[in-house]
Design a protein around this ligand. Structure first.
Ligand code: 13P
Ligand code: SF4
Length: 305
């Protein structure tokens, strides 16, 4: 019985199944530690998209949330993509539907539309180019015109607007995990660890960003942690990333800016669900070819940048 297996035995079973299915496991930086340990590659949204576009294996087990698995499926349509829990969605991605986006575009005709990857495939199919938290400025700079529509994250839009001369017209969406990190949380942690640097994700509120030493995507946090001189760092993003940061840099200290900054959906993926998905080849994520073809253009434009 799978319930009787400990983590080690379950990981071993997953490794065997991976070989049998010719599968690769990709995991986002917010995944729980044991899932990160079983993954072949762990990264941020952009790194995972790039990896998904280039895999040789027949099956991709995507340990993250639904829009990420969809992106992998769009970029590698000939592969089977499994999301171990199909209920692992992203509430921010759900804040803009395709019909709402189409209406919005009508109100602002002629403006290019930049969509954060945290959107459904249908929404991506209606936009000109995608971006992630690590390349939003570059993407906004790359589009024609002085005014740009940006959906759905208003905080990422505000952070991007500070670094470009373009006018960004933002959708009113946000990530509840990052929006719950308040300026007073940062100030309290700074009192506790006065020597610490503050690193925050661009999905944080502008007033939180104002208190940060660095504003970084999760992938850039992982890279910066390896080279920084700082010994103590307050991390303003989903707390799951601290597992990776500590593992890579045992001599440094990482403190969550908010002790409850957990994304419930990211945490839905467990080793047991990874095993079951691979064993039974269940929880496939498939995007209808017409939608996938239209969304692929927007994602590939971003990946090429
Ligand atoms: P990253 O692209 O920085 O990994 O962010 C993804 C995400 O969902 C942040 O909440
Ligand atoms: Fe979505 Fe926020 Fe969770 Fe990222 S952390 S998947 S943006 S809800």
């Amino acid at each position: 019985m799978i319930e009787d297996l400990d983590k080690g035995a379950l990981s071993q079973k997953i490794r065997e199944l991976k070989k049998k299915r010719n599968a690769i496991i990709l995991a986002h930086n917010y995944q729980i530690g044991e899932v990160q340990e079983t993954a072949d590659f762990t990264g941020d949204s952009l790194e995972l998209s790039q990896k998904a576009a280039a895999v040789d294996e027949d099956v991709i087990v995507f340990c993250g949330v639904h829009f990420m698995a969809e992106t992998a499926s769009i970029l590698s349509p000939q592969k089977t993509v499994l999301l171990p829990d199909l209920h692992a969605g992203c509430p921010m991605a759900d804040m803009v539907t395709v019909s709402e986006l189409v209406e919005w575009k009508k109100r602002w005709p002629g403006r290019p539309v930049v969509c954060y990857v945290n959107t459904s495939a249908e929404v991506k199919a209606e936009c000109d180019i995608c971006c992630t938290s690590s390349n939003a400025v570059k993407v906004v700079e790359s589009v024609q015109g002085r005014e740009v529509l940006f959906a759905p994250d208003k905080n990422l839009a505000a952070w991007t607007a500070r670094q470009t001369s373009k006018t960004i017209i933002a959708w009113d969406g946000y990530c509840y995990v990052h929006n719950n990190i308040l300026a007073r949380d940062i100030r309290e942690k700074k009192k506790m660890f006065p020597e610490a640097e503050v690193w925050v994700h661009p999905e944080c509120r502008p007033e939180v960003i104002d208190l940060a030493d660095k504003v970084l995507s999760t992938g850039k946090m992982v890279k910066e942690a390896r080279v920084t001189e700082a010994r103590d760092i307050i991390i303003g993003t989903e707390a799951g990333i601290i597992y990776r940061l500590k593992k890579d840099n045992p001599e440094k200290n990482f403190y969550p800016a908010h002790d409850m900054a957990f994304c419930a959906n990211m945490k839905k993926i467990t080793l047991k669900k990874v095993y079951l998905a691979l064993d039974q080849m269940i929880h496939r994520v498939e995007v209808p070819p017409d939608t996938a073809d239209r969304a692929r253009g927007a994602i590939e434009k971003m990946v090429r940048l």
